[in-house]
Design a protein. Structure first.
Length: 319
């Protein structure tokens, strides 16, 4: 039989054990939160040929949750045709991923001024379909502009781009290019890390500008989970996923020689994706493997490989 002291001692110990167990469960949930980001299809990035309309059908058929929009297609539709398309998207539980920025901001002033003229129509087409994300990449070096001169030019031009996109409710994601084999080829290296991109985004000074993150560039820039955890969900506009070839030192990796997500295990995709989940990123994640053989395969076979790789990578978060 238990006396009062023994009873209270055992009861307290039991409650303490329950509290510890509950704390462990809560900690595990915090460390492995449920993902909000979507598995998105970009046929072009996957090396698959398809019209924008076919891409929507393929995304649904293969179990993707988002698909790259086409401003050209969306802008060409009548109001009734667009309404039918949006109803179809909703019934299929598909949302829009990110469209590529059509402005050429990397060259001379004349080219930039001419190309930005199309931006309002481009943005209007995306807005009427409810698409909100646009992305582009930065050249990591320049042969004539110093870092500071290039930085100022990018800030000025991309600020102009961001203001136009913002008028239509669109966000702009910027991608840095991380491999040393890329940024060391020009006379003047330019932005090739997350820290440097943060500086540029701050200088642009528009709240609709953020990152287009890529696991490849994150890896080749020698970055870690801590770098992603330094961001807010709003800071990430879109995301690309891939893996790297085995047996090549990180500083010798070449940008257009990648692999499907989780194919080799060289890039720590568990850390990458779990960090995105922890900050609450809720946008698209697209496979960008740079695998020429995918384009040579029958389309269905290529998409089967892509979706299998994406599911394998996403399991690193969901398991």
């Amino acid at each position: 039989m238990l006396n009062r002291r023994s009873f209270f001692h055992l009861t307290a110990a039991g409650l303490g054990a329950c509290a510890v167990a509950r704390a462990d469960v809560l900690l595990a949930a915090e460390l492995r939160p449920k993902r909000k980001f979507t598995m998105a299809l970009s046929c072009g990035m996957a090396g698959v040929r398809a019209t924008p309309r076919e891409a929507i059908d393929l995304a649904y058929r293969y179990g993707f949750e988002a698909v790259e929009p086409s401003a050209r297609l969306l802008g060409s539709l009548s109001d009734d045709a667009l309404a039918r398309l949006m109803a179809e998207m909703k019934a299929r539980k598909l949302v829009w991923a990110a469209e590529a920025l059509p402005v050429e901001f990397r060259g001379g002033d004349d080219v930039f001024k001419e190309s930005i003229k199309c931006l309002p129509d481009f943005a209007r087409a995306l807005q009427r379909a409810g698409a909100t994300r646009v992305g582009t990449w930065l050249n990591p070096s320049h042969n004539t502009l110093t870092y500071v001169a290039n930085f100022r030019q990018h800030a000025r031009r991309l600020r102009e781009v961001a203001k136009i996109l913002g008028d239509y409710g669109l966000r702009l994601g910027l991608e840095y290019v991380g491999p040393k084999t890329s940024w060391s080829t020009g006379r003047f290296p330019f932005i090739h890390t997350m820290a440097e991109m943060k500086d540029l985004i701050a200088e642009i000074g528009c709240d609709n500008v953020g990152f287009m993150l890529d696991s490849w560039h994150w890896y080749t820039a020698h970055e870690t989970a801590a770098d992603i955890l330094s961001l807010r969900a709003w800071d990430v506009v879109s995301c690309h996923l891939n893996d790297a070839p085995k047996g090549i030192p990180v500083d010798q990796q070449v940008d257009n020689r990648r692999d499907l997500p989780a194919a080799t295990g060289v890039i720590d995709l568990a850390a990458f994706l779990q960090s995105l989940a922890r900050i609450g990123y809720d946008g698209p994640i697209v496979a960008e493997p740079f695998r020429p053989d995918l384009g040579a395969m029958p389309r269905d076979q290529a998409l089967e490989e892509v979706v299998a790789a994406m599911k394998k990578a996403f399991a690193l978060v969901e398991s």
